[in-house]
Write a new protein. Structure first.
Length: 383
């Protein structure tokens, strides 16, 4: 019997894009089973590669731009124009963690100003529906920078405008909205985000993701307090229908979700927005086996990560799922509950992270080959 295999990985941060990961898995599968019919479905979750992937999937155009990067200096970036007067702004392309050198990572100092600049560029290009993809951020400013780029003025008690960065929000007294771009009122603004991420509280973004972005324990608490103040002032001066502290998705990309929600954006579960455009369910249903992958599998995977979403959808069609990862972390066994039937690390031996990142494609291909050979042995035993 000819095996039909759907290859549906995420990217591996700082190592492989989603298309590169899919190609590496396909290479390994073909070594073990040259006759397999492969359907490559590289997936994005709103983070790195989202604009490029959606442009490719829909026949859209990637538009290059220069905008303000997370550290305040200009960076080369892009947004996508689709064929239905829609635009896709990928926050990671202008404010992502990969744009912040390891030695300069401080989420209290980085900004989403460039995200607002890309939204304005999309408006200038005629877009009347803008999808903002959240993920892989290097910021924790609650979307304050994006609002500043769109014309809002963030003022302290003396009426002095705040500097960029989440750390400055502790001094926020009021928001002057008179300069906001008037086109926003007639634009449909959608945010593709992880609904598990909230702005404030014990599970707020400063505490959950601040350390990953370079924040010390002291900086985490400072940012947590700053975002509490941001939520309070934002809710007062730009009142909307959701609780900006705790509504699902308000913590997306360091709180960008909250800032855009205050402008009237709808916060939507990212996979509802992104995956339906590629007919994922039907493609998984046609497969005999699904192989997914991500840089890390752990207890957080079940909280809205790509392998969990793929497994959940494949399970609905009774298709077995194999997951490969760079690392296996605490709580990884929970992935079985969402439909992952087997999982494994791609690393052949302990090694330094820089080497693992550089050789990610090689290791992923080898791991896919090993895994499929085991699947084939099991198939013969079952027969």
């Amino acid at each position: 019997m000819t095996l039909r295999i759907a290859v549906a990985p995420s990217g591996f941060k700082e190592s492989l894009s989603a298309p590169e990961a899919a190609a590496a898995i396909a290479e390994g599968v073909r070594r073990a089973c040259p006759d397999a019919l492969l359907d490559l479905i590289p997936l994005v979750d709103g983070g790195e590669g989202t604009a490029r992937a959606l442009a490719a999937a829909t026949g859209g155009t990637l538009v290059p731009r220069v905008a303000t990067g997370p550290l305040g200096a200009p960076v080369g970036t892009h947004f996508a124009l689709l064929d239905d007067s829609s635009a896709v702004v990928e926050m990671a392309a202008v404010a992502g963690l990969s744009l912040v050198p390891p030695g300069r990572r401080d989420p209290g100092a980085t900004t989403t100003f460039g995200v607002g600049e890309l939204i304005r560029a999309a408006l200038d290009a005629g877009a009347r529906r803008i999808l903002v993809g959240c993920g892989d951020s290097g910021t924790s400013d609650g979307g304050a920078g994006a609002l500043q780029a769109l014309g809002a003025r963030l003022l302290d008690t003396e009426g002095v405008e705040l500097l960029l960065g989440g750390g400055a929000l502790n001094r926020l007294a009021r928001i002057d909205t008179h300069g906001l771009d008037p086109r926003l009122a007639s634009t449909e603004l959608l945010v593709a985000c992880n609904p598990y991420n909230v702005l404030c509280g014990e599970r707020g973004v400063a505490r959950v993701f601040g350390p990953q972005k370079g924040a010390s324990p002291e900086r985490v608490e400072e940012l947590s307090a700053a975002l509490e103040r941001w939520a309070a002032v934002l809710g007062r001066d730009l009142p909307g229908p959701v609780d900006l502290r705790t509504a699902p998705g308000t913590g997306a990309s360091g709180g960008l979700g909250a800032g855009l929600a205050a402008l009237g954006a709808r916060l939507l579960p990212r996979f509802e927005v992104l995956l339906d455009r590629i007919d994922l369910d039907a493609r998984l249903a046609r497969a005999d086996l699904v192989i997914t992958a991500e840089g890390a599998l752990d207890g957080q995977t079940v909280r809205g990560k790509i392998p969990a979403e793929v497994a959940h959808r494949a399970k609905a069609h009774g298709v077995p799922v194999l997951a490969l990862a760079g690392t296996l972390g605490h709580g990884v066994h929970h992935v079985r509950a969402v439909g992952v039937d087997a999982y494994g690390s791609i690393l052949p031996a302990p090694m330094a992270l820089p080497e693992a990142l550089v050789r990610g494609g090689e290791f992923l291909a080898d791991a896919a080959e090993r895994a499929l050979r085991m699947v084939l042995v099991g198939t013969r035993l079952a027969a």
